[in-house]
Design a binder for this molecule. Structure first.
Ligand code: RP5
Length: 163
């Protein structure tokens, strides 16, 4: 199936975080591809990937990176597609470095920045699906189902001390 979402990350070590993006897209039935693309170690690949993404049929790019996390911003500078950035939790600074590197874009180049770590990766998948859902009523219905299930699972388990 033609991938609609590109999930990229600065290192294979980001996968335990970014797999939560893939899991959410699986749950919602959205096609995607996954690639390691490093801003610092493979800059030429970054430019190729970003410049060719729209032409290859991708609609949204989700970029996860940690530390000096330039990947989302640099990708956003080279594509008209919406780019969502996931700050990966770093060892040295717990991901605050990643968050600020991704969030503090200069005006004129947009990156939609999510929360640090697993929650951000999960929500990046959800947000990408919601973006695609604006032109896909079936997908929008699946997102509604997901939210209703989530609500039901909270309401059906009101006692935090029970199993
Ligand atoms: C970043 O440096 C990556 O996104 C990763 O979060 C971090 C550490 O990379 P490795 O040294 O584990 O490859 O570019």
């Amino acid at each position: 199936m033609q991938p609609l979402v590109g999930i990229i990350m600065g290192s294979k070590s980001d996968w335990p975080t970014m797999e939560h993006t893939a899991l959410m897209l699986d749950k919602l039935g959205v096609s995607y591809e996954t690639r390691v693309v490093s801003a610092h170690r493979t800059p030429d690949l970054l430019f190729d990937y970003a410049k060719n993404a729209a032409g290859r049929g991708l609609k949204v790019i989700i970029a996860g990176a940690g530390g000096a996390a330039h990947l989302p911003g640099m990708v956003a500078s080279q594509t008209p597609l919406p780019v969502l950035g996931v700050p990966v939790q770093s060892k040295a600074l717990n991901g605050l470095d990643s968050l600020l590197s991704i969030a503090q874009m200069p005006g004129g180049v947009a990156v939609g920045t999510l929360a640090i770590g697993k929650a951000g990766a999960t929500n990046a998948g959800l947000l990408a699906a919601q973006i695609l859902g604006t032109h896909d009523p079936d997908l929008q219905a699946r997102i509604e189902d997901f939210r209703q299930q989530q609500t039901r699972s909270v309401l059906d388990n009101p006692d935090p001390a029970s199993d």
